[in-house]
Design a protein around this ligand. Sequence first.
Ligand code: ZN
Ligand code: ZN
Length: 393
Amino acid sequence: MRSIAALLVCGALAWLAAARAPAPTPPVDDVCPYCENDPERLAAAGLVSHGPIDLGPTGSAGVVASLPASQWVFLESEHLRWGMSVGSETVKTKDRERLAPELDALREHFPAIPEKVKKLDPWLRVHLMAYRGERLYERFQAILRVTDADFPETRQADGPYMGNGKYLGESDKFEVLIHASRKTHILYTQEHMGVGVTDSMRWHFQGSHKMFASIPAVDTDIRYDRYLWAHTAHNLAHLFLCAYKHFSYDPPTWLDEGLAHYVEQVVEPEFHTLDGDEGSLPRNEGTADWDKALRTLLRRKKLASFAELLRVDTFGELTQDQHVTCYGLARFLVEEHPAEFAAFVGAVKGQLNEEGYPDGSDLVGLQRAQLQELWGWAPRDLDAAFAAWLEAR
Ligand SMILES: [Zn+2]
Ligand SMILES: [Zn+2]
């Protein structure tokens, strides 16, 4: 394996070569000032291209042609594709420290990023998202205890069932379209998802087997890079879980939302996205500190029981207390019982019927059986272990 230093030298040589060559002159906005759209430098950073790239049913060119915006930028990485029309953002003093590690990591590959970044321009914003998306993918694979090598390109006759493709079980990459205007978000969901929705919307494109999220970065909270990423991470966690072993049926609601809350909490402890029946939106009501909220629920004996959460079928049914409890359960299981939890999720996401086809029937029974098999627990034993863990924190 080549060292990072060698990669940097190659990157620098490619840059010099590019600088000497008589450059074609595309409009300024089409060239990223950091990587200069140079395929070699992008590849050295684990990236593919600034476009045109595949994205949704139309590709990036279709996005540009059909959705009016002052500028669309795109970036494809190893497992994700991004399209964004958001503008520049001035870096606040209080955000410098938070951004520093990410910008340092990007600067290793793209030395044109200044030491002191005053403004996140659209190119830097899409590079940041691509970087964060891949780190999140790694973290999610660590929770599931899988690696890329576990997912063959197509379903194999022998070996465990892992879905139908190398992206956690889907055959194409994860895609995120972030809009500066709600209008283009609604247009897009109307055209490609059959329903115009106001808030963030996730979708599985069945023919191409890829998972997609359309996000309007419009309201003051998620227009801000910091919270936009938390909200996006929440949505990506849903996409990753749904994709795992192929999206053949909906995962249990408590698990789907709980894991997304946990992932979002790790990214940004005091920002929360809540899914309802009409999409996914930031809704930061009540105590921002959900660990504190959990202790309050415990003290007031208002934690939702696992038996009760098993019966919740849709996001819209979840009460605020149940959202918080789902978060707590996911956190407890990921942090205290990582191996068992990974096995539990694997079983729940990959149920097959007698003919060997994915089968989402009786997921409540399956979860009870897995709880018994992996931990020797009935639902009330999980409640007790969870409460004892909270008590001791
Ligand atoms: Zn670039
Ligand atoms: Zn959610």
